[in-house]
Design a protein around this ligand. Structure first.
Ligand code: ACO
Length: 317
């Protein structure tokens, strides 16, 4: 069982959308600045009754339904988030309860910021290999609108809320698998926790993070390609963390790659941190662009600083 297959996906986005025009009425910014610097046009913000856990439950329910599996088939549940509504129970445990996943199913949250989904999928695969079981539920969910300073134009225009979920299977079939993960303790991106008492908005050294990202992204992608003996031509899709369109463009150019393989949706969702990769996977699957048998690489980079890449096949639901 050396391969990893994506079986099914799900997604959940808050109904409320916030456009660049909306933000330009709140801070000194413009649609033109945001679009040209980031590629972002709109993002979703949670309403009062929504949070990272409610979105995670909706996305996970959809992925499980589409997989055709029963709750008792799920052998572990891993949720990537940096904006969980509660310190405990974890979002993963809240998903377990809502979806009636079996009692023996380990459920835990992983915080690796924007690399969280890649870390979460790697942890889930490790759990399947160690504890046994065929299927893992991996979720990325965020309510970053709760962590931004709405008066800070350098960050409030970047982030949005959402959740994506994926059911993965260990596989002996013709499914590839490779993973790379890394971290370098650095507070170039920072968001405070309970010790910060009250307001704890995200702060970011944008230029330093940009430099880090355009190095970490191609390095992670090349590492997982080398490990599998595959080339970029063998991949059908590359799903990168959706922080900024220019970061992806920079890497496509550097790698001399086919830009059409690098999926982008930050125009509609902004940067949803751990949710951005599974939301993108779900869109690819829902629109039929992701086809059974295709090979996918996902690459995350962000707060921590953290980075990671994972390569797998798509079975389809
Ligand atoms: N509207 C208008 N002007 C703005 C805005 C805004 N929203 N924000 C900043 N500016 C101004 C600045 O004040 C500055 O003005 P000045 O030259 O008069 O001082 C000017 O625009 C340029 O600002 P920079 O910060 O230098 O802009 P830059 O081109 O670097 O773009 C950005 C900023 C988009 C944040 C970019 O650095 C970036 O994308 N960085 C990477 C972010 C990222 O990848 N994050 C991922 C991880 S996040 C996570 O893990 C939680």
């Amino acid at each position: 069982m050396n391969g990893l297959q994506l079986i099914a996906t799900g997604g959940a986005l808050p109904e409320r959308t916030v456009t660049n025009e909306d933000l330009s009425r709140m801070v000194d910014t413009s649609d033109e600045w945001i679009t040209t610097r980031t590629g972002i046009r709109t993002r979703h913000y949670c309403g009062d009754a929504e949070n990272a856990a409610t979105l995670a439950i909706s996305a996970a329910r959809q992925a499980l339904e589409r997989s055709g599996l029963a709750p008792e088939d799920i052998a572990c549940c891993v949720c990537a988030t940096l904006s969980a509504p509660d310190a405990t129970p974890s979002v993963a445990c809240q998903v377990q309860r809502a979806l009636h996943l079996p009692e023996g199913c380990p459920a835990l949250d992983v915080n690796a910021a924007c690399s969280g989904f890649v870390y979460g999928a790697a942890v889930a695969r490790g759990l399947l290999a160690t504890l046994g079981g065929a299927y893992a539920l991996v979720i990325g969910c965020e309510a970053l609108s709760r962590l931004i300073d709405p008066a800070d134009r350098s960050t409030c225009v970047l982030f949005g809320d959402g959740a994506g979920a994926a059911v993965f299977a260990l596989s002996d079939e013709d499914a590839p698998f490779a993973v790379t993960l890394g971290a370098r303790g650095d507070d170039a991106i920072h968001a405070g926790g309970p010790d910060r008492k009250g307001s704890a908005p995200i702060t970011m050294d944008g230029k330093a993070v940009f430099r880090f990202a355009v190095d970490a992204l191609p390095r992670s992608l090349n590492k997982i390609l080398q490990e599998t003996g595959l080339t970029l031509d063998d991949l059908d899709w590359v799903v990168c963390h959706q922080a900024n369109s220019r970061i992806i463009d920079h890497c496509v150019k550097h790698l001399n790659a086919d830009a059409s393989k690098f999926y982008k949706n930050m125009d509609r969702h902004g940067n949803t941190s751990a949710a951005s990769i599974p939301v993108a996977l779900n869109e690819l699957a829902e629109t039929g662009k992701l086809k059974p048998g295709q090979k996918v690489a996902c690459v995350g980079f962000g707060g921590g600083l953290t980075w990671g890449g994972i390569l797998f096949g798509y079975k389809g639901d």
